[in-house]
Write a protein that binds this ligand. Structure first.
Ligand SMILES: CC(C)(COP(=O)(O)OP(=O)(O)OC[C@H]1O[C@@H](n2cnc3c(N)ncnc32)[C@H](O)[C@@H]1OP(=O)(O)O)[C@@H](O)C(=O)NCCC(=O)NCCS
Length: 162
């Protein structure tokens, strides 16, 4: 498995990975219909494409040689605070180190960063355990995870870097 920057030709596979992983992770929390509605909007090719060449951002995948098994997207306006917008490992690849690989890659990509922040659904115990294992701590909550007016409550976690 290796990590590389995502490109335009990966978008269909990334979209499929995100849809499958979102249903696996969130159907029991939000319900199938709501997850379908969110993934249709947030993970359309049109929504994903701008990430490929967005300035001050990192869009990376873990590639097994046969398939993309994980994806992450992060950005930083000032280089100091990194926002990790997404980290998703496909269900059959979880627990095999892909999430850790992408987390390291994201942090290494912002060498001036002092802090990394993310949002996580508060009942997503597996992800919270993973992030705590990586040194993240809860610093607050949001009522709108992902985007303004999403209506999805989440914890805000941060890790100090450097
Ligand atoms: C959460 C997620 C990103 C973790 O990635 P992963 O590839 O499965 O995790 P890794 O195999 O890299 O595990 C890394 C470490 O976290 C630990 N870890 C993973 N899951 C854990 C759990 N449920 N409880 C405690 N520790 C856990 C591992 O033991 C490992 O520790 P080590 O490095 O000391 O050996 C991944 O499982 C995932 O995408 N889950 C579903 C989607 C999701 O919730 N994404 C996050 C949304 S905010």
């Amino acid at each position: 498995m290796w990590v590389r920057t995502a490109s335009e030709r990966d978008l269909e596979e990334i979209r499929a990975l995100l849809i499958a992983t979102w249903h696996d992770t969130y159907d029991h929390i939000y319900g199938v219909e709501k997850v379908t509605e969110i993934t249709d909007a947030w993970h359309s090719i049109a929504a994903l494409r701008p990430r490929v060449d967005q300035p001050n951002s990192e869009f990376v995948v873990a590639d097994t040689g046969e398939q993309i098994c994980a994806v992450a997207f992060a950005s930083s306006k000032d280089g100091r605070l990194v926002l990790l917008h997404q980290l998703y490992v496909s269900p059959d690849a979880q627990g095999k180190g892909a999430g850790s690989l992408l987390m390291h890659e994201i942090i290494d990509s912002f060498p001036e960063a002092r802090k990394i922040r993310l949002e996580v659904e508060e009942t997503n115990a597996q992800a919270i355990a993973f992030y705590e294992n990586k040194g993240f701590v809860e610093v607050g909550r949001t009522a709108n995870c992902g985007e303004a007016e999403s209506g999805l409550p989440a914890l805000i976690l941060e890790r100090v870097l450097g």
